[in-house]
Design a protein. Structure first.
Length: 349
């Protein structure tokens, strides 16, 4: 195979096509076909020289963990590598391309990998799917290691598919077929020597316009058995916040919330205008329709200084946070306007 130094325009144009193809598979919420999923898993076990396992289906990762710990009550960080086959699966399945493809130049390989990676921070589902089930933490296991995840598989398939279909690279047909089958037909799987847990896909996945897990007053991730997780702009929320629409969030929650990231999300969701009203902000200075305010309550890491702006025509209130060193409303206006004095700004406008 000749060395590839640069993609052709036609090849580059196909990158988003393959990325979208496998992203759709990675984020699918269709129910898995259990017969096809079982066939894919059994074929993979055969390929790594293992006896076909008992297949156990579950509706969520939480339900799957319950089954795993019931089967292996003494499972811990010391014996997980002995009975869990994740490493063997990864070593076998993730080598669909043959060694001949090492001839690809490093530059082109890095470029393709970077552009075709679909499993990224925009939809990292499994990072916190198991977090809020504290009863599992006593086992001192990295729960993430128990699962062979469909999103990882789809990400791998994405660039292997591009290599095989567009760049005509040589590949191992059996491994490529196994990789695709596991990705297309399974949700998450947790492979052990004698059993394999296959988790169904989520019932709902909700995102904002930046592809971050996000929902307002409902779960961002919801499984068919009711197991759910809440998220706002990609930040995991406890149920006490997530199940309530941000329009009904209360500013007083900021006084007791210790997590800085959650406080930031609450501030963003509630809005400074409501926070000013509900937490009785102190008026420091005014200039025309602008007011410099300070919130003395221990809401954030540093004191909150706000510039409140009242629209003279609609009386609608806007509030923007300004640095705590602001001494006057006019100075705060100048800071917001990139150091342009408000009177000069009015003339320029």
């Amino acid at each position: 195979m000749s060395l590839i130094e640069k993609l052709t325009p036609e090849q580059e144009a196909l990158i988003p096509v393959y990325r979208q193809k496998w992203r759709a598979i990675a984020l699918s919420t269709e129910r898995i076909d259990r017969e096809k999923a079982a066939e894919a898993v059994k074929a993979a076990y055969t390929a790594i020289g293992k006896q076909q396992p008992e297949i156990i289906f579950c509706d969520s990762p939480h339900a799957g963990l319950t089954r795993i710990l019931k089967k292996y009550p003494k499972l811990n960080s010391n014996n997980i590598n002995v009975i869990n086959l994740n490493n063997e699966f990864m070593n076998y399945i993730f080598t669909a391309l043959t060694n001949k493809n090492l001839e690809l130049s490093y530059q082109i390989d890095t470029q393709i990998m970077r552009q075709l990676t679909i499993f990224n921070r925009d939809f990292v589902i499994f990072e916190y799917v198991l977090e809020n089930k504290s009863k599992f933490k006593i086992h001192k296991i990295n729960l993430d290691r128990l699962w062979f995840k469909s999103q990882h598989l789809a990400s791998r398939c994405c660039w292997v598919d591009f290599y095989v279909s567009v760049l005509n690279c040589s590949y191992n047909k059996m491994r490529w077929k196994s990789l695709q089958s596991l990705s297309r037909f399974c949700g998450w799987i947790s492979p052990f020597e004698k059993i394999c847990i296959i988790c169904d896909r989520p019932l709902h996945l909700r995102f904002d316009n930046q592809n971050r897990l996000h929902a307002e007053g409902e779960p961002a991730i919801e499984f068919i058995d009711g197991y759910s997780l809440y998220s706002y702009q990609g930040v995991t929320l406890p149920e006490k916040y997530g199940k309530i629409h941000p329009q009904r969030w209360q500013a007083e929650w900021l006084l007791s919330e210790e997590n800085a990231e959650l406080r930031r999300i609450l501030i963003e969701g509630i809005g400074y205008a409501r926070i000013c009203e509900e937490l009785q902000a102190i008026e420091l200075d005014t200039w025309q329709e602008y007011t410099l305010l300070k919130i003395d309550n221990n809401v954030d890491i540093e004191p909150i200084y706000l510039l409140k702006m009242t629209c003279p025509s609609t009386s609608f209130i806007h509030a923007l946070r300004v640095p705590p060193e602001m001494k006057s409303a006019r100075e705060a206006i100048r800071w917001i306007n990139w150091d342009v004095d408000p009177e000069e700004f009015g003339v320029q406008t």
